[in-house]
Design a protein around this ligand. Sequence first.
Ligand code: ZN
Length: 117
Amino acid sequence: MSTFGITPIDAKIDWDALTRYAIEVKDRSHVPGGAPRTGAAGLVDDGRVVLGCFVEHPTSALSLCAESGVVSALHGTGGGKLVALVVVDESGQPTMPCENCTYRLSEHGAPEVLSPG
Ligand SMILES: [Zn+2]
C-alpha cells in the first residue's frame, strides 16, 4: 500500500497547507515588546487543524510559545493526538519547537516536527 518510503499517514499530510496555516497564525502573534513572531499548526488524528501563536510577556520566561498554544487548542477543541506539526519562525521558515515544548508535545502525539521539503 505504501511505496517510495511514504507511510500512509505521511501521504495524508498536506505539509504545504499546514505551513500556510502556521504562517497565517504567526502573523497574529502578540508581541508588544517586538519579540520575533512564531506560529504553529498541528494536524490532529481526526483531521482537525489546531493553531497556536506566540504571546510575548515582558518576562520572557512567561511568554507563551506557539507550540504550547497548539496543545491548548488541541484539547480545547475536542482532544485527540497530534500526527503532524509545523512551527514557523519570524520569516515563515519551518523551525524546531523549543526544548520545553518538545517535551510537552511528546505527551500529545506529535512524533516529530517535520518541515516540508
Ligand atoms: Zn516552547
